[in-house]
Design a protein around this ligand. Structure first.
Ligand code: 5CA
Length: 437
């Protein structure tokens, strides 16, 4: 992509309304635009990152055996009357009437709807287990939408729902999601700590929040200092290996970590405890028959008895993750994207657009890197060097390569790693080799 043609409305100054760094950088890097409180448009570069995060979430859900569906954003109120949540949910739910004055709502979550889909088709234990998920926009009329996409009113969530015959099977489903979540965050360059959590309006008896540590986090969290060194890697662990899965789950959940509401000061020695702030990027629940019972989602078991199905639900804040990743990975100059979610792999800076030698070398490198499958943002604009460097640092692509009139005469370019700040003056061919690897 040539920057001269790209819709990247960057801002030089800090927008006044942005209180935290991710919000500030997302606005400054031209990733989003607010249309109303807590409601955003995603501009090309922001949308690209959102899609990359969504794709990682999707791949790890699929790998765990969950199946993707797509449910609508608008739901009939009657489903929520069946579960009893229509009145409970309060003002956070956006209620709408259609032209026939039927009560509808913009979905804040989908337990009721997915239970309705399930009960229409599944009648026997032989069709279990099942795990259905979708990635869809949600609406919650939050009292205080703030921090940009971190606490929006409209936000993108991945929500999965598991259906099992027995409590033991439901626990296996829960453990599979637990592993899938830790793999998902790890791929994004994040360390998310699973913490015992409250179940709130979703209900149930077992629940974990996945929290990334960041100074600007909304919740206070308490964790064993051991977490600083815990390796969440579970390479090679198969979703079919139920013993391995259980061991992994027991091991990770035995290291103390709790949110504010769940913290028990007596549970851990003072000098072993780390207090921090965190961002909740996922939340999983096991809630048994809370929805299946009132909504009549039943199956026949082996003995021919008709029993309500055991359920769980599993959410990931896909749009929140864009902000969360920036909170976890930035410096004073801008964003530092982890490679897996970076909007482009490489930023190519032409220090003297219009100069024949610079243009020629840049065009060739741009074409060659692109041919190698690299996604390059080429700053071909006629602008000052300082502005170009600052802009590239702000948008935070993992690699920068700069070609200027002095170096090009000797066939040289400068390659910079955004994360480490390391710069090397090397030949354009070596730059090509290094960056195409
Ligand atoms: N039905 C369950 C699981 S599917 C559920 O809705 N859980 S939740 O309420 O905890 O939301 C799941 C995730 O969505 C949260 O962990 C958080 O990362 C994200 N999320 C929740 N509210 C917002 C919001 N207002 N803005 C951005 N992300 C949010």
């Amino acid at each position: 992509m040539r920057l001269s043609r790209y819709f990247l409305p960057t801002l030089r100054d800090n927008p006044k309304e942005a209180e935290i760094v991710s919000h500030r950088y997302m606005l400054r890097a031209g990733m989003i635009q607010q249309n109303a409180a807590g409601i955003y448009s995603w501009l090309p570069m922001g949308f690209k990152v959102l899609k990359k995060i969504e794709q990682i979430v999707r791949e790890e859900q699929d790998r765990s055996g969950a199946q993707e569906i797509l449910m609508p954003t608008i739901q009939p109120a009657d489903l929520w009357r069946e579960s009893g949540r229509y009145d409970d949910y309060g003002k956070e739910m956006l209620r709408i009437q259609d032209r026939a004055e039927r009560d509808m709502l913009f979905g804040p979550t989908n337990e009721e709807m997915v239970t309705d889909i399930f009960r229409s088709h599944v009648k026997s234990y032989k069709d279990l287990p099942k795990n259905l998920y979708h990635i869809q926009w949600k609406f919650r009329d939050e009292v205080r939408p703030r921090f940009g996409v971190m606490r929006g009113r409209e936000f993108l969530m991945k929500d999965a729902y598991s259906f099992d015959l027995t409590e033991e099977d439901a626990k296996i489903a829960y453990q599979k999601m637990f592993l899938a979540y830790l793999r998902t965050y790890k791929r994004m360059g994040l360390k998310a700590i699973p913490m015992r959590a409250e179940t709130g309006p979703i209900g149930g008896d077992m629940s974990h929040e996945f929290i990334i540590l960041a100074e600007t986090g909304e919740s206070e969290v308490f964790a064993d200092k051991k977490w600083e060194n815990v390796d969440l890697e579970a390479a090679g662990l198969s979703y079919e290996d139920l013993n391995g899965l259980n061991e992994y789950f027991e091991e990770k959940t035995s290291i103390y970590a709790a949110t504010d509401e769940q913290h028990d000061p007596g549970a851990i020695a003072e000098d072993q405890l780390m207090t921090a702030r965190g961002i909740e990027v996922g939340h999983i629940f096991n809630f048994g028959t809370k929805y299946s019972k009132p909504m009549g989602a039943t199956v026949q078991n082996k003995d021919g008895d008709v029993v309500p199905v055991e359920m769980g639900s599993y959410g990931i804040g896909v749009s929140r993750l864009v902000g969360g990743i920036i909170e976890a990975s930035h410096d004073g100059d801008g964003i530092i994207w982890p490679e897996e979610v970076a909007p482009f792999d490489i930023g190519l800076i032409n220090l003297k657009a219009g100069d024949q030698a610079c243009d020629g070398a840049c065009e060739k490198l741009y074409a060659d890197l692109s041919a190698q499958g690299k996604d390059v943002l080429y700053d071909d604009r006629d602008a000052r060097a300082g502005e170009k460097f600052a802009n590239m640092d702000l948008i935070g692509l993992p690699w920068q390569v700069t070609i200027g009139p002095k170096g090009v005469a000797n066939g040289m370019a400068e390659v910079k790693n955004r994360k480490t700040g390391e710069k090397h003056e090397i030949s354009i061919e070596s730059a090509m080799e290094k960056l195409a690897a």
